[in-house]
Design a protein around this ligand. Structure first.
Ligand SMILES: Cc1ncc(COP(=O)(O)O)c(C=O)c1O
Length: 347
């Protein structure tokens, strides 16, 4: 569905979506209050609802996924600690080194296979100060990203999620999930959220990606964790006043934009197999489980982007010979046919 007029098919990210008329109406009529004073009923409703969906005690509404992850990392670590995460993870690649600047933490990078970490590699990456004559930092937090963005939108199998959490716990590490696209993972694997995150201490969930809200993320965890997160949100400047208008968009998205993600996933699969069938383009089809298609091209990515742009199609280059397509709320079947037609012009 697309409710606004544009001559572009924008596949750069699922963050490009615009609030639908119904979402705008929900925002317009939302009951609001000063959320820094704890008075906003719509924010409280959203926080309760997301916490309940995750089977956790509490949640906190924050402006962005980056802030949500930053708060979680800051709560779980002290300066001099080390965070164990995938070498392709968003918190490592795309969050401006916040783990270093805001937490004073280093990162131990874990190799990925099919975009995802293996429990034994997580185990191998955890270092402890104790027993190292103080040579090592203290590995205290394991972070898992589900779906894995740079992993092509791949989903962790539940057994792997549970095993990674067990490795973390056996090593006295907390375990955080960057669930920016957790609803895509839940829909694609048919796993309820509370089961998926059962063994996780904290979860960051974006409302402004596949769910189609304009702004906002929700950080979820125990009551004690969220109380600590509330203080860091204040210090990071993320306390918002009449934020109910934004929370209302999130609540509307939870009601109307979750089940429909199967459509995004099937359009992405269609695009992936069609692009992979064209000479000079390759897609690792095994990673295409949700709304993303990463492809490599024999010709430079900039040339692919420029040629598609002249046909009104926008994709994102992520390397000299690789680009990303993300399917979202506004991408229609006609758009998919148009994109496939444009790719065939390269053949
Ligand atoms: C996996 C992942 N985590 C976190 C974020 C950060 O979200 P935001 O752009 O809201 O800061 C993104 C954004 O693309 C993401 O893909």
């Amino acid at each position: 569905m697309r409710h606004y007029s544009t001559d572009r098919i924008d596949l750069r990210s699922d963050t490009v979506t615009q609030p639908t008329p119904a979402m705008r109406e929900a925002m317009h009529t939302a009951a609001v209050g000063d959320d820094v004073l704890g008075d906003d009923p719509t924010v409280s409703q959203l926080e309760r609802r997301v916490a309940e969906m995750c089977g956790k005690e509490a949640a906190l509404f924050v402006p962005s996924g980056t802030m949500s992850n930053a708060i979680a990392l800051r709560c779980h670590t002290s300066p001099g600690d080390e965070i164990i995460t995938a070498k392709n993870s968003h918190i490592y690649i795309y969050e401006g080194g916040g783990y270093a600047a805001l937490c004073g933490a280093s990162v131990a990078l874990v190799d990925v296979h099919g975009g995802l970490m293996r429990p034994e590699d997580v185990q191998g990456a955890i270092r402890k100060q104790a027993g190292s004559l103080s040579h090592y930092p203290d590995g205290t937090l394991v972070c898992v990203e589900n779906t894995s963005n740079r992993g092509g939108g791949a989903c962790y199998p539940q057994t792997t999620l549970d095993e990674i959490a067990a490795v973390a716990k056996a090593n006295n590490c907390a375990v955080h999930m960057d669930g920016a696209r957790i609803f895509n993972a839940s829909v694609a694997t048919n796993t309820p959220l509370d089961r998926m995150v059962r063994e996780y201490d904290s979860i960051s969930i974006c409302l402004s990606k596949g769910l189609g809200a304009p702004i906002g993320s929700v950080l979820v965890g125990s009551r004690t964790f969220i109380a600590q997160a509330h203080r860091w949100r204040k210090m990071f400047g993320g306390g918002m006043r009449q934020a109910g208008m934004l929370a209302a968009a999130g609540l509307h998205a939870l009601d109307h934009h979750v089940e429909r993600m199967v459509e995004d996933h099937s359009r992405a699969t269609q695009l992936a197999s069609s692009i992979n069938a064209i000479n000079g383009f390759t897609v690792d089809l095994s990673t295409v489980e949700t709304n993303m298609v990463y492809f490599t091209s024999e010709i430079p990515a900039t040339k692919v982007m420029d040629a598609l742009a002249t046909s009104g199609i926008d994709v994102l280059d992520i390397g000299p010979h690789s680009c990303r397509i993300v399917v979202h709320l506004h991408v229609t079947d006609e758009d998919v046919s148009e994109v496939i037609r444009a790719f065939k012009n390269f053949a």
